[in-house]
Write a protein that binds this ligand. Structure first.
Ligand code: PMP
Length: 443
């Protein structure tokens, strides 16, 4: 099978280069936090697939719900007034969990089209308010908001939009809060003050009457798990509110217990105008994303629909099988999985912090079951581990040989996002196998 994969299956573009060298590995089965490869080797999945299998693999409750729904009604369109029971129930239960008045839910196929949808909704919102000139968007450096053309435009990791001419004339970015390498230093108050000043200046430069929305991940994921200082998100939210700018929280990674609570923005005490989610929504069992709309955004677009041509929808939006899975996954979160995630997240972070004295470890950071270890060759100067000595794929390979799947980002940042169902022993193994991998890299 691996030959068929190499010959015909197109993986994500980054893996085309050096594809042969990096090699392809096929997984054949999985249970809990353990995945088994085609050769029968068992590994701990320290990244929950792609930060998505929050509930863990092989959960019978989810499998039964999906099977039942496949038999009863495998498909119903969300178009022309049709719908399905699980989709309506899931929307209602999600609205219950969402902060504030994020009462309305639009289902997508994943995170990128959830982000795309919010860009459209923001434009429709301003059309409906007779302010169509509000067509400029601001996001944050190191942010990731998807692979679609619009999502890639909001994304501020050049690899995801350089090289294919994504239109960026509607797009503005402010600096990241990345504390470890921040030119303003690592003092939380200084970072918050700098970001507030930069966002204010950016809004002034564009013209406050031109800015439609601001996008932020409560914790930046693909940028290398960058945790902002407490109060940073709330401070930028306040700046947006001064100008009526829509505030969009991208919780595709941070949602559904990944950082502890159901949604990370609740830790900042804010209610976004829109919130995007995916991944943990269905725990990766089937594809689905969800956009949460606050009451005023929904009402404004609904009441003002005549002000602009409004059209948006997808064949697989609100898919009944995905919705049934979403409901079953919520049962698990409510039934103790979030609590377990909080406990295991504290253990994971404490365990990884115990690696801080390792010669290769520059910084350990994270919140809940979302963490990163940043590798350097010189702790004082924070010199990144050079690619030649340890390309990220080599570290990935070593970890793999040690029975651990983790994500190795560029510049030697190791990312962790284990399933929330992990046991203490599994968390301890993730830490132990990381230490072994680092020791081998040093040797
Ligand atoms: N937003 C964020 C914050 C993400 O992390 C991702 C995916 N990693 C996306 C959007 C895009 O989601 P998807 O890959 O499901 O399209």
């Amino acid at each position: 099978t691996i030959e068929l994969d190499r010959a015909h299956l197109v993986h994500s573009v980054a893996s085309w280069r050096g594809h042969e060298k990096a090699g392809v590995r096929l997984l054949s089965s999985a249970k809990g936090a353990t995945v088994t490869d085609a050769e029968g080797r068992e590994l701990l999945d320290g990244f929950a697939g792609l930060w998505c299998v929050n509930a863990g693999y092989g959960q019978e409750h989810i499998i039964e719900a999906a099977t039942r729904q496949l038999r009863e009604l495998p498909y119903a369109t969300g178009y022309f007034g049709l719908g399905s029971e699980p989709a309506a129930q899931l929307a209602a239960r999600l609205a219950d969990h969402a902060p504030g008045d994020l009462n309305h839910v639009y289902f997508t196929l994943g995170g990128s089209d959830a982000v795309d949808s919010t860009v459209r909704f923001a434009r429709y919102y301003w059309h409906s308010k007779d302010q169509p000139q509000r067509d400029q968007f601001i996001s944050v450096m190191n942010g990731y908001h998807g692979s679609s053309t619009v999502g890639a435009g909001l994304t501020a990791l050049p690899a995801f939009h350089a090289g294919f001419g994504v239109p960026l004339d509607w797009q503005h970015k402010i600096s990241s809060h990345y504390a470890y390498r921040n030119p303003v230093g690592s003092d939380p108050a200084a970072i918050i003050a700098a970001s507030v000043a930069e966002l204010r200046a950016k809004i002034e430069a564009i013209g406050p009457e031109r800015v439609a929305a601001f996008y932020v991940e409560p914790i930046q994921g693909s940028g290398g798990v960058l945790v902002p200082p407490a109060g940073w998100v709330a401070a930028l939210h306040a700046v947006c509110k001064e100008h009526g700018i829509l505030f969009v929280a991208d919780e595709v990674i941070t949602g559904f217990g990944r950082t502890g609570p159901m949604f990370a923005c609740t830790e900042e005490g804010i209610v976004p105008d829109m919130m995007t989610t995916a991944k943990g929504l269905t725990s990766g069992y089937v594809p689905m994303g969800a956009v949460f709309l606050s009451q005023h955004v929904y009402d404004t677009i609904a009441d003002g629909a005549g002000a602009a041509a409004v059209g948006h929808g997808q064949t697989y939006s609100a898919h009944p099988v995905s919705a049934a899975v979403g409901l079953a996954v919520l049962d698990l979160y409510e039934g103790g999985l979030l609590e377990n995630g909080v406990k295991m997240g504290a253990r994971l972070l404490a365990g990884l912090e115990s690696l801080s004295d390792h010669p290769l470890v520059g910084e350990v950071r994270g919140r809940g079951m979302l963490a990163a270890v940043e590798l350097v060759t010189d702790k004082a100067n924070k010199t990144p581990l050079p690619a030649a000595a340890a390309p990220s794929s080599r570290i990935f390979d070593r970890a793999w040989q040690n029975g651990l799947v983790i994500r190795a980002f560029a510049q030697g940042v190791l990312g962790y996002a284990p399933p929330l169902c992990c046991t203490e022993a599994e968390i301890d193994q993730i830490v132990a196998r990381t230490r072994l991998t680092l020791d081998q890299t040093l040797a």
